[in-house]
Design a protein around this ligand. Structure first.
Ligand code: NAI
Ligand code: MG
Length: 358
């Protein structure tokens, strides 16, 4: 197949890890007979330095006219003093909004050879393989009324509103059931239906959507219990379906069970062009030293192949290459342990490339 990929490396370690993922995608293209065209553009702090805004019109145009976007990370101390609307991080919100990406997918999978990197005991986390699906464009982050108002006689009142429509719930539920079909066929939907009317509707609509997915089991869980179950028995989860705010919190919790921020990919989908990026930030503390772990970004490229291009075999090949490389003992500094082979960013990328199945 032929695909156009927008490459937005961004700031900090983004500039080191994204080239590694591109390298792997190029190798996959050659091996499997695809044509990937890469087009790079500035985003975040680098865009601010060049043209004064975090998401230049040209970058947005390139992203919109691509078939998928690969992003590194944005931000860093250099731009922290800027006013909120000019901060590098605004570029992410802008991209999601402009591309219409309402579903954020974050797999949390434990690589058995890295079990000791987690703060939880091996017997609790062994076998973790879940996918957190977070609704991304609705809920309390966008609902109105919102704002801070002055009260007569002093004091202020801060307001945010949790709002979901039937259609917003339906489409994210469809993403969850479709994803579950490719996995262990279990969806657990998170809500607070014992207290919130918006959750009552959420539960009703998700239950309705499930009728089209008789092969997928659906259960419901209150968000507070879910937070508890994630650390008590995380293996029970397959697909976790969440609204925006619950997903924001629980996806970080799920991610950290596996203990390694440099390993975890993400996908934002729902529209014509999907966005694929590691869950971590620009890691300014280690940027420019060739020590960042490129695996999260390479795994994000694998998600791109699967979710944007339906190239499941090619995506699986990348995942296999990552596992094999870890099995051979290659470790970047963040996941290094005694007796393992400490490598830098580019060496890790090279090793994964070498270990792509023939
Ligand atoms: P961070 O994720 O950049 O770093 C947290 C810690 O994890 C640091 O110690 C870092 O060295 C380490 N780390 C992160 N990625 C790593 C990798 N690939 N390999 C090895 N170690 C890695 O989060 P932090 O420090 O809170 O934020 C730094 C900057 O990134 C800020 O400007 C923040 O706003 C931005 N940020 C951007 C995100 C994005 O572009 N999606 C997401 C989160 C933060
Ligand atoms: Mg977050």
């Amino acid at each position: 197949m032929k695909a156009r990929i927008a490459v937005l490396a961004g700031d900090g370690v983004g500039r080191e890890i994204v080239p590694e993922a591109v390298k792997v995608l190029k190798a996959v293209a050659v091996r499997y007979g695809h044509t990937f065209e890469f087009q790079s553009a500035d985003v975040g702090g680098h865009a601010i330095d060049k043209v004064g805004v975090p998401l230049p019109a040209e970058t947005l145009t390139i992203a919109k006219h691509s078939d998928a976007v690969l992003l590194g990370a944005v931000g860093g101390p250099k731009w922290e003093g800027l006013e909120y609307s000019l901060r590098p991080e605004r570029a992410l919100l802008g991209l999601r909004e402009q591309l219409g990406l309402y579903a954020n997918l974050r797999p949390a999978k434990l690589y058995p050879m890295l079990a000791d990197a987690s703060t939880l005991r091996r017997e609790v986390i062994e076998g973790i393989d879940m996918l957190v699906i977070r609704e991304l464009t609705g809920g309390i982050y966008f609902g109105k009324p919102k704002g801070i108002e002055k009260l007569p006689g002093g004091g202020e009142r801060g307001v945010n509103t949790e709002v979901y429509t039937t259609e917003e719930i339906r489409r994210i539920a469809v993403v969850a059931f479709e994803a579950a079909r490719k996995r262990r066929k279990k969806v657990m939907s998170v809500d607070k239906a014992n207290v919130l009317e918006s959750s009552e509707l959420w539960r009703r609509v998700v239950t309705e959507v499930q009728k089209d997915y008789a092969d997928v089991a659906l259960s419901h869980i209150y968000v507070d219990n879910c937070a508890m179950q994630l650390v008590r028995n995380p293996r029970q989860f397959d697909v976790l379906l969440c609204n925006n705010i619950f997903g924001d919190i629980l996806s970080d919790e799920a991610a950290m069970l596996t203990g390694s921020i440099g390993m975890l990919p993400s996908a934002s989908i729902g529209a014509k062009v999907g966005l694929f990026e590691p869950i971590h930030g620009s890691a300014p503390d280690i940027a420019g030293k060739n020590i960042a772990n490129p695996i999260a970004t390479i795994a994000s490229a694998a998600m791109m192949l699967s979710y944007a291009f339906q190239l499941d075999k090619e995506a699986a090949a990348i995942d296999q290459a990552i596992v094999k490389t870890l099995e051979l003992g290659y470790r970047t500094k963040d996941i290094h342990a005694e007796g393992m082979r400490l490598v830098g960013t580019t060496e890790m990328g090279d090793a994964i490339l070498q270990n792509l199945p023939a």
